[in-house]
Design a binder for this molecule. Structure first.
Ligand SMILES: Nc1ncnc2c1ncn2[C@@H]1O[C@H](COP(=O)(O)OS(=O)(=O)O)[C@@H](OP(=O)(O)O)[C@H]1O
Length: 237
């Protein structure tokens, strides 16, 4: 891979400019790997669905016919509504979907007791295995700078190991409102749970409803929220 990495234009102000900057960034990232080596880390949540839609648009213009690849870590405790949305969109958009599952036996597993150990077993290890087995060299995420303090200074692209790959965040500069505006404008599908009081979706044991007076991620387990930086250093998003 080249040594200098592409940058995301961060001066864009309007939503149209931000979307344009995303596509230009993804297009530059795509010069670093073959289209089959590029995937979106896709939960079926709002942010990564926008990233997937933008990558789809990008592929259509620069590599028509190339597979639209996504990696989903199915921890076994995701909301059924999210899984249903994922499978429906994957079918409609012809997504080449890799579903990574934990190796640990969930029956009897101490779910969400030690947040770091749980995320490591259910998410980090399956992610690393899926990337290695599927030859993913560039992974786009739905990470946004404004969703968590630990993500505010996140670079738009990071060199990661185990296996070696580039983790890139095309919607980093989108706000929560930008994401919804983009979804509505482009008539993108979204999970019904957002209309049922959830603003940020994770695994069921670590997610609750939250209302508009709270921060976006108030419904995520706050013990885990405090450990996001540590999880990132362990190889998570
Ligand atoms: N299970 C799974 N499978 C595939 N990709 C995943 C997964 N978990 C996180 N991600 C990627 O990281 C983005 C941010 O997710 P989160 O903020 O929920 O991460 S975290 O679990 O709280 O650390 C997330 O985007 P959104 O879920 O749309 O926000 C994905 O790009």
């Amino acid at each position: 891979m080249k040594t200098s990495l592409p940058q995301l234009e961060r001066t864009a102000k309007t939503l149209a400019e931000k979307a344009e900057a995303c596509v230009a960034f993804m297009r530059s990232m795509a010069e670093l790997a073959a289209p089959e080596e590029i995937a979106v880390a896709w939960t079926g949540g709002k942010d990564s669905t926008v990233a997937l839609a933008l990558w789809r648009e990008c592929l259509r213009s620069y590599a028509p016919g190339a597979p639209l690849r996504a990696v989903n870590i199915d921890t076994g405790c995701k909301f059924p509504e999210v899984i249903a949305l994922r499978d429906e969109v994957a079918r409609q958009w012809d997504v080449e979907l890799v579903v990574a599952r934990p190796e640990v036996e969930l029956a009897g597993y101490p779910l969400a007791v030690d947040k770091v150990a749980c995320c490591r077993d259910l998410k980090v290890r399956p992610l690393q295995r899926a990337l290695a087995e599927n030859g993913v060299r560039v992974l786009f995420t739905g990470i946004r700078a404004d969703e968590h303090a630990s993500r505010q200074e996140r670079p738009c692209v990071e060199r990661r190991e185990h296996p070696e790959h580039l983790l890139a965040h095309p919607v980093l500069a989108f706000t929560e409102m930008d994401v919804w505006a983009y979804i509505i404008d482009k008539a993108l599908p979204y999970c019904s749970l957002y209309a049922d009081g959830y603003r940020s979706l994770g695994c069921m044991p670590c997610t609750r409803r939250s209302d508009a007076s709270e921060p976006e991620r108030a419904g995520r387990d706050q013990d885990k929220e405090a450990k996001l930086e540590m999880l990132h250093s362990l190889g998570y998003f």
